[in-house]
Design a protein around this ligand. Sequence first.
Ligand SMILES: *[C@@H]1O[C@H](CO)[C@@H](O)[C@H](O)[C@H]1NC(C)=O
Ligand SMILES: *[C@@H]1O[C@H](CO)[C@@H](O)[C@H](O)[C@H]1NC(C)=O
Ligand SMILES: *[C@@H]1O[C@H](CO)[C@@H](O)[C@H](O)[C@H]1NC(C)=O
Ligand SMILES: *[C@@H]1O[C@H](CO)[C@@H](O)[C@H](O)[C@H]1NC(C)=O
Ligand SMILES: *[C@@H]1O[C@H](CO)[C@@H](O)[C@H](O)[C@H]1NC(C)=O
Length: 528
Amino acid sequence: MSMKVFALIVLVLVPFGDALSRDDFPPHFLFGASTSAYQVEGAANEDGRKPSIWDTFAHAGNANKYPGNADTGCDQYHKYKEDVQLMTKMGLDAYRFSISWPRLIPGGKGPINPKGLQYYNNLINELISQGIQPHVTLVHFDLPQALEDEYEGWVSRRIVKDFTTYADVCFREFGDRVKYWTTVNEGNVFADGGYNSGFLPPQRCSPSSTRSLLFNCSRGNSSTEPYLATHHMLLAHASATNLYRKKYQDRQHGFIGFNLLTFGYFPLTNTSEDISAAKRAQDFYIGWFLNPFIFGEYPDTMKKNVGSRLPIFSKSESNMVKGSIDFLGINYYSSFYVKDNPDSLQIKDRDYTVDMGVKLQSIFGNGTSPHEFAVLPWALHGLLVSLRNTYGNIPIYIHENGQQTDWNSSLEDWSRVKCLHDYIESLPDILRNGINVRGYFVWSFLDVFELLGGYESSFGLHYIDMSDPTLRRQPKLSAVWYSNFLNGKTIDPMITMEVQKNPSVVLSTTFSNNPILQMVQRKSTSSS
Ligand SMILES: *[C@@H]1O[C@H](CO)[C@@H](O)[C@H](O)[C@H]1NC(C)=O
Ligand SMILES: *[C@@H]1O[C@H](CO)[C@@H](O)[C@H](O)[C@H]1NC(C)=O
Ligand SMILES: *[C@@H]1O[C@H](CO)[C@@H](O)[C@H](O)[C@H]1NC(C)=O
Ligand SMILES: *[C@@H]1O[C@H](CO)[C@@H](O)[C@H](O)[C@H]1NC(C)=O
Ligand SMILES: *[C@@H]1O[C@H](CO)[C@@H](O)[C@H](O)[C@H]1NC(C)=O
């Protein structure tokens, strides 16, 4: 930055203090908060709901990683009115939640559960009556257990038809009011955690040195199943979009997207090997889905490394998948430096992790809790530029962003305020750069039973003391801060000063070759 520009910024900033304001955003830019069905609803055994693979996984001990389950969760099933009231008070434009497939269609296919239908109609009506846009996800890891039992869920092509029928019910019943649909949440994490590494439901993986120290699976095949599961997610998504466009688009005017967990991937050094390794890591995590959605086929790097284990789209499938997203939902928390790892491709027992041929170095935070992520707005910016350069300027919703702390840490969650402040503050520049970001959702609206931490870690804007039978919601400082920002109130300069302290970041020295596993490993070390 030139001295002149620097002087100008100082001049602008000093008299007005914190410049962050809602007015820096286009009028249609959405701000919201997110949750998912299994994590917030509770009422797991009520009114005809049947288990999902996540219920089964939690009841079997969450891969021995953390205790607990979400049978009661935050009990949003009974407290949705109170929660919508909180959202209204906060000034949220939108609420991102998911529909529990086994609550709406308990057998996965077949009859609709009228009580489930009623619940989602009630929730959606309550949101609409308060002017809050519903952004709805259809599958947030919680496939009906019945379909897992019948044909092994996403591993089988039969899922495509059953998913399409489920989506049809949702479009038909709720599409007059819901305009933003996401078919699958974090498809890439689901494929890796559920079918390659085995740390997520349905916990399928093969015994192999790269994983068995952490997780043991009794069934599955990490060499083939992650690729099959993804292939079927892509076909199921495309089939649902196709149906929507033919049957509902004219009347309902909605949009269909897909959600991925994203990381920034930066070469560790400037050698051409590390530069291609960074691109390859991005291909394996993001291109795995986005190349088919944008170009109709898997990335060349994946075809090369995975070979005949990578399924092939027929011409008509490729045409159906290509162009089947109206928007991309990204979840963003952290980033990695990438180092080439050609030795990995010499391993005989190949799996998705090994196929990537990289080592990743996490960029971790240095906060008060060992759980905290480094707050790196430049890395989010870099990721978005890279996506635009590779895939064109598709509309993007940041579906999740936020900070992880310990569950019972203080209501004065400065580190979360800092995180939200710094990422939101970075968005106007990203928009000025012409990147098509349309909205930002905080994960999570409430403290929820976390996928990688159960009730030990939390991301919520509101604290819930799980030992209090009323499950009273208590706003944390971050909820107050976000609400002030959304309501156009002046942000307390003390908060700005506080969040500017302690900006340091340490690089961890451990290498791994799977970013999501690294998050899990880190979680297990910090909680033991
Ligand atoms: C996984 O499937 C491949 C291809 O069918 C097979 O060669 C391999 O032995 C299987 N691995 C395991 C662990 O079952
Ligand atoms: C998985 O099984 C292996 C071999 O039986 C054992 O050494 C390892 O400790 C197990 N890992 C876990 C996480 O239980
Ligand atoms: C790589 O090159 C860029 C541009 O020349 C430079 O800014 C960056 O610091 C270099 N990175 C490393 C790790 O050497
Ligand atoms: C960051 O963490 C390192 C390693 O734990 C520690 O030595 C250092 O003092 C920390 N820095 C700050 C600013 O907290
Ligand atoms: C949080 O505090 C409650 C109430 O003191 C306690 O029951 C619970 O075990 C604590 N949770 C964690 C993860 O420490």
